[in-house]
Design a protein around this ligand. Structure first.
Ligand code: NAD
Length: 278
């Protein structure tokens, strides 16, 4: 196995998370054991699933079958929107599907501001963390006002905010708020979900040529040099290795600035301020 040298990022609760993980969104259940096993075999030690991905059981099966010690794998799962009013039961159901007695990180998947149940859900996650069954708790797709409400009402700051983030959608203000509050930022869709022409943009192509790497590697390296956690997804074992082999080169300040300049406020996913799918 290649040495990937994946660094850890310290979280505000004293734990640490591998800066690069592997996401299993849209990996069908019948392929998920093979895909998660390939990711672990490639050297990933951080897996990101969710109740709504319908592959929690398969992801955890691959963990068990890998022979890698439980404490050497970082596992995230998420509370689905329809379960925000029953976080403790929904969490136990996730643990039952996973056949695990703890997860490393449990996230509220969306803020649902038009529904108004996220604060109650966060109070549930605080109890789950106190029980030790989630080592860390955090949120996903939260804007500054959604984060501020949780902090104001409970005094407990999420450890992580997992948000859509890539060079076309850089979330400058939200990242700055998270930095000021000690919230680690994790990028979903870090390479644009394969839906954009990001890979053809000159600053990315030029940096790829200069460093003898691929556009995907340049984009993932750009994230990590901004202290962002990344969880790219692919079902191809070759691309798993490509996406993880990003810690052996360094983008210079000009290359970073040229990629920063690609910002266009263009999200691929839903707007967290209006999304209410349950
Ligand atoms: P991504 O940016 O990781 O893109 C994945 C797609 O990019 C793949 O399907 C493939 O088509 C392509 N790809 C991957 N590696 C490539 C390479 N080296 N070269 C060329 N193309 C490549 O998007 P994603 O899967 O949506 O996001 C990653 C993870 O983030 C998910 O698997 C999931 O765990 C998480 N996620 C979370 C949320 C949320 O609301 N919290 C939403 C979406 C995704």
């Amino acid at each position: 196995m290649t040495e990937l040298n994946i660094p850890n990022i310290s979280l505000n609760d004293g734990t640490a998370i591998p800066q690069l993980g592997f996401g299993v969104f849209l990996v069908d259940a019948d392929e998920a054991v093979r895909v998660a096993a390939d990711a672990l075999d490639t050297g990933y030690r951080h897996l990101d699933t969710a109740m709504v991905y319908r592959n929690e059981a398969e992801t955890a099966q691959a963990m068990r079958e890998s022979g890698i010690a439980r404490e050497d794998i970082y596992l995230t799962t998420k509370l689905w929107n329809g379960d925000q009013s029953r976080p403790l039961d929904a969490f136990q159901e996730s643990l039952d599907r996973l056949q695990l007695d703890y997860v490393d990180l449990y996230l509220i998947h969306w803020p649902l501001p038009t529904v108004g149940t996220a604060l109650g859900a966060w109070e549930g996650l605080i109890k789950i963390a106190e029980s030790g069954r989630a080592k860390s708790i955090g949120v996903s797709n939260f804007e500054t006002e959604h984060l501020q409400q949780l902090i104001d009402e409970t005094g407990v700051t999420p450890a992580v905010n997992q948000i859509e983030l890539h060079p076309y959608h850089q979330r400058g203000e939200l990242r700055e708020y998270c930095r000021e509050h000690g919230i680690a930022v994790e990028a979903w869709g870090p390479i644009g979900q394969g839906k954009t022409d990001l890979f053809e943009q000159a600053p990315i192509v030029q940096a790829a040529q200069a460093h003898g790497v691929t556009p995907a590697q340049v984009i993932l390296r750009w994230h990590t040099q901004h202290d962002i956690i990344v969880i790219p997804k692919t079902v191809s074992k070759e691309r798993m290795l490509e996406n993880a082999s990003i810690f052996g080169f360094e983008l210079n300040a000009d290359e970073m600035a040229a990629i920063d300049a690609l910002e266009r406020g263009a999200n691929n996913g839903p707007d967290p301020r209006t999304y209410d799918n349950r």
